[in-house]
Design a protein around this ligand. Structure first.
Ligand code: UDP
Length: 453
C-alpha cells in the first residue's frame, strides 16, 4: 500500500453497527479488523445486549447507544419480534450517535448488518452512505429475495403436505428448505425479509462473508438482480490479520482443546447447534443416545437452555457421561474455530448457521446437518446437494439414524467422496484470501471503493 493512500485512509472512519447476536457480531468485527488492517479507523456502535469486548479490539473506538427504553422488551421477545423491535426502536439512538460522527469529514459510511433495514432512513436523513454486510450466504439470500414470488406461487406459507416438492424457480431447494421460521408472526417475518432485501438493494454496496468459488452461480444471479457493487471477500476469519480470531466471549471452555489433544486423529464428532437454536427434550435425548451409541468420542456444546425447558444437563440420565469413560465431553461453549482446526475432529454435527458452515468448510471437516430455521435450511441443502461436503439429516432425529449417519461419514466408503470434497473446499477457501485469490482481489476493490465513497 503506498503511503499517500494509507494516510488518506487513516483519515477515513468506518462506522459499524452490529446486530447483537453472536452469528452477526463475530463476522462484523472480523470485517472491521480486516478494514482496520487496511488503514481505516473504526468505530463500533452497539447496544447493551451482547456487547463486544473492547479489550479484544484495542484499536477500535466503541460507543454504546442509549437502548434502555427497549432492551428489556426486545430481550424477552421471540426472534422475529426481537428483530422487529430493534428495527423499530434503534432509529432515534442511532441517529443521535451518527449525527455527531458525520460532523467529522473523515467519516466515510455506515456499515450496517442487512437485517438492520431501518438504517437506510437514518443514513439518508444524515446524507451518510450506507454499505451493507450480509452475514449469511448468497444462496439463502436469493431465497429470501424470492419471498414475494414464493408467496405469489403458493409455496409460502408452508403447507405440511407439500414439503417434499421442488421449488422449480430455486433449484435445488424443496419447499421444506425455504428459509422460514416457525413463528406465530409469519407476516412480521415476511415484512422483515422484504425490508431487508429492499434496503439492501438501495444500499451503496454489499459485502459478503463468502467466496466466489463456493457460490459462483448464486453470485452471478445476485449481480443480475442487484445493480450495486458486490464484494464477496470471505471467509473473513481466514484473512491474514493479527488477532482476527480473538475469542468472541470469555465463556469459551478451553478444556475442549486439552480433551481433543488426547483423542486419535479424525475420531471425534464435534456437535454444536450454534448460539440461538433450541431442540426439545425428546430430541436432546436422541442426540445424547445417538452419540453414545456411535462408539466415537464426541465433544458436545450444550448451551444452557439448548434443550427447551431444561437449565442445562439435568435431563440426561444419571451417570450418562461417567458411563462413557471419558469418551464424551460436554461444554457450555467451545472455541469453535480452534476445535474445527484440531486434527482429532472427524465430523461436525451442525445446525448449519452460516458461520459454522463456513468455518467447517475452511477446515475441511465434513458436516452432519440438522438445520433448525431460516437460512440454516438452505445452507444444509447446499452442503448436502451442491457442495456435497456433508449429509443432511432430513428426517426426525433418532438414535439409530444418527448412528448410521456418523458411520457413513466417518468410516463408510459412501463418505469417502464427501471427505475428499471437504478437503478440496478447504484448499480453495484458504487460497482465495491469499494474493491473487478471488476474495483478496475483491477486498482490494472494496478498500478502494470505501476510500472514495
Ligand atoms: N460458536 C463458538 N462456540 C460454540 C458455538 C458457536 O465459538 O460453542 C461460534 C461459531 O464459531 C460461529 C457462531 O458462534 O462463529 C455461531 O454462528 P452461526 O452463524 O453458525 O450460528 P447462529 O449462532 O447464528 O445460529
Amino acid at each position: 500500500m503506498d503511503n499517500f493512500h494509507l494516510e488518506e485512509r487513516i483519515r477515513r472512519r468506518l462506522i459499524f453497527f452490529p446486530l447483537p447476536l453472536q452469528g452477526h457480531i463475530t463476522p462484523i468485527l472480523h470485517l472491521a479488523s480486516i478494514l482496520h488492517s487496511k488503514g481505516f479507523s473504526i468505530t463500533i456502535l452497539h447496544l447493551k445486549l451482547n456487547p463486544p469486548n473492547p479489550a479484544h479490539h484495542p484499536h477500535f473506538t466503541f460507543r454504546l447507544l442509549d437502548d434502555d427504553a427497549f432492551s428489556e422488551e426486545a430481550f424477552n421477545a421471540d426472534l422475529v419480534s426481537f428483530l422487529a423491535i430493534l428495527n423499530d426502536k434503534c432509529a432515534e439512538p442511532l441517529k443521535q450517535a451518527l449525527a455527531e460522527l458525520v460532523a467529522d469529514a473523515a467519516t466515510a459510511c455506515l456499515i450496517s448488518d442487512a437485517i438492520f433495514h431501518f438504517t437506510t432512513g437514518v443514513c439518508e436523513s444524515l446524507r451518510l452512505p450506507r454499505v451493507v454486510l450480509r452475514t449469511g450466504g448468497v444462496c439463502s439470500f436469493l431465497a429470501f429475495a424470492a419471498f414475494p414470488l414464493l408467496l405469489q406461487k403458493g409455496y409460502l406459507p408452508l403447507q405440511d403436505d407439500r414439503l417434499e416438492e421442488a421449488v422449480i424457480e430455486l433449484p435445488p431447494l424443496r419447499i421444506k428448505d425455504l428459509p422460514v421460521i416457525n413463528t406465530p408472526h409469519q407476516d412480521k417475518l415476511y415484512e422483515l425479509v422484504q425490508q431487508m432485501v429492499q434496503q439492501t438493494k438501495a444500499s451503496s454496496g454489499l459485502i459478503w462473508n463468502s467466496f466466489q468459488e463456493l457460490e459462483e452461480t448464486s453470485i452471478e444471479k445476485l449481480h443480475q438482480d442487484f445493480q450495486i457493487p458486490i464484494f464477496p471477500i470471505g471467509p473473513f476469519h481466514k484473512h491474514n490479520v493479527n488477532n482476527i480470531n480473538a475469542p468472541p466471549s470469555s465463556s469459551s471452555d478451553h478444556s475442549s482443546i486439552s480433551w481433543l489433544d488426547k483423542q486419535t486423529p479424525k475420531s471425534v464428532i464435534y456437535v454444536s447447534f450454534g448460539s440461538i437454536a433450541t431442540i426439545d427434550e425428546a430430541e436432546f435425548l436422541e442426540v445424547a443416545w445417538g452419540l453414545a451409541n456411535t462408539k466415537h468420542p464426541f465433544l458436545w456444546v450444550v448451551r444452557p437452555g439448548l434443550a427447551r425447558g431444561a437449565e442445562w444437563l439435568e435431563i440426561l440420565p444419571g451417570g450418562f457421561l461417567d458411563g462413557l469413560n471419558g469418551r464424551g465431553h460436554i461444554v457450555k461453549w467451545a472455541p469453535q474455530v480452534e476445535v474445527l482446526a484440531h486434527p482429532s475432529v472427524g465430523v461436525f454435527w451442525t445446525h448449519c448457521g452460516w458461520n459454522s458452515t463456513l468455518e467447517s468448510i475452511c477446515e475441511g471437516v465434513p458436516m452432519m446437518c440438522t438445520p433448525c430455521f431460516t437460512d440454516q435450511r438452505v445452507n444444509a441443502r447446499y452442503v448436502g446437494h451442491v457442495w456435497k461436503v456433508g449429509e443432511h439429516l432430513e428426517k426426525e432425529l433418532s438414535r439409530e439414524r444418527i448412528e448410521r449417519a456418523v458411520g457413513r461419514l466417518m468410516e463408510g466408503r459412501e463418505g469417502e467422496e464427501i471427505r475428499e470434497r471437504a478437503l478440496f473446499y478447504k484448499e480453495v477457501a484458504n487460497v482465495c484470501v491469499r494474493p491473487g485469490g478471488s476474495s483478496y482481489d475483491s477486498l482490494s476493490k472494496l478498500v478502494k471503493y470505501l476510500s472514495f465513497t
